[in-house]
Design a protein around this ligand. Structure first.
Ligand code: CP
Length: 317
């Protein structure tokens, strides 16, 4: 399915051709930016200053929101953001769905949304009169994070097909894990997870996915280690049955675990990383840790996606 003029809400919308197009354009943008510190001149169009990217985030974000804004700015677009519900009319009683309808009525060219699980909002965004990109919705999906993760795997491991990607941590509540499972398997990677029993995924998509209870064995198996944050905000205040100290004891990736990890493997994390919980400070300084490369790649992957959704063509410099 063409992405031009459509919304992008799930990794499962992407065909092999879409992924190739996004990755090839993101590579072009990254290479050109490294040489010239700009990419807007690659767009075959008379400039994009008349195009508006709207961001509506009702959950906190650092990377996704800023990355979309930087991507839009690098393309020459303008962006506007509503990112603090307390300063918006939601605080006066307007619903999130009506907020989306009203911002879409201002006719932005693309709207990026992030919100917690909300069935009414899910239905509403499918009917809005402008293309929507999911910037992360509840525990369901975060498809642009999966794209930038796969792009980073390809960059540092040379390919995605055949890679063994181990996802460690709170898989149950992770939209990143769900989007990565779909995308990485579609690209031919093997995906497995290592999680406390309380954080094992329950939805059908994860049935039959290999799991490890022992982090040492899991680390020896993997070529890519992807750690996830413990997402307390989605635990609804419930006691998960273990303390963070107990979690760290079994699931934190530190120097000891790295001794079992291959020398040419890579470590990823979607962020935010909680230092000392998912990764030790030592791991964050290891040359195999590509967390900040993921963030850099996110800008170029999102710029590629936006330009493709807008139907823009690029020229090679
Ligand atoms: N990866 C990610 O979604 O980070 P933010 O929550 O900071 O946007």
């Amino acid at each position: 399915m063409s992405l031009v003029g459509e919304s992008f809400l799930s990794s499962d919308q992407l065909t092999e051709k879409d992924i190739d197009q996004i990755f090839s354009r993101a590579s072009l943008f990254k290479t050109e930016f490294e040489k010239k510190k700009r990419i807007d001149h690659l767009i075959k169009s008379e400039g994009l200053s008349h195009k508006v990217l709207a961001l509506v985030f009702s959950e906190p974000s650092t990377r996704t929101r800023m990355s979309f804004q930087v991507a839009g700015a690098r393309l020459g677009m303008r962006s506007v953001a509503l990112d603090n519900p307390q300063n918006a009319s939601i605080s006066k009683g307007e619903t999130l769905e009506d907020t989306f309808r009203n911002i879409a009525a201002m006719m932005p060219d693309i709207m990026v949304v992030r919100y917690n699980s909300n069935i009414d909002a899910d239905a509403t965004i499918k009917d809005l009169p402008c293309p929507i990109i999911s910037g992360g919705i509840g525990s369901s999906e975060h498809p642009t994070q999966a794209l930038l993760d796969a792009f980073t795997i390809k960059e540092f491991r040379g390919k995605v097909k055949g890679e063994r990607v181990l996802i460690v941590g709170d898989v149950l509540h992770s939209r990143v894990a769900n989007s990565n499972l779909i995308l990485l398997r579609a690209m031919g990677a093997e995906v497995a997870y290592c999680a406390p029993a309380q954080f094992e995924p329950k939805n059908d998509a994860w049935k039959g996915v290999q799991s490890f209870t022992n982090l040492k064995e899991a680390t020896e198996w993997a070529t890519v280690l992807m750690a996830l944050r413990v997402q307390k905000e989605r635990h609804a205040g419930e006691n998960v049955g273990f303390s963070m100290a107990e979690y760290r004891e079994s699931f934190r990736i530190g120097g000891d675990q790295l001794q079992n990890f291959r020398s040419d493997g890579i470590l990823l994390h979607p962020g935010p990383v909680i230092r000392g919980v998912e990764f030790s400070a030592f791991v964050l300084n290891d040359k195999r840790c590509k967390v900040l490369d993921q963030v850099t790649n996110g800008v170029f992957v999102r710029a590629a996606l936006i330009s493709i959704m807008l139907g823009l063509e690029v020229q090679h410099a």
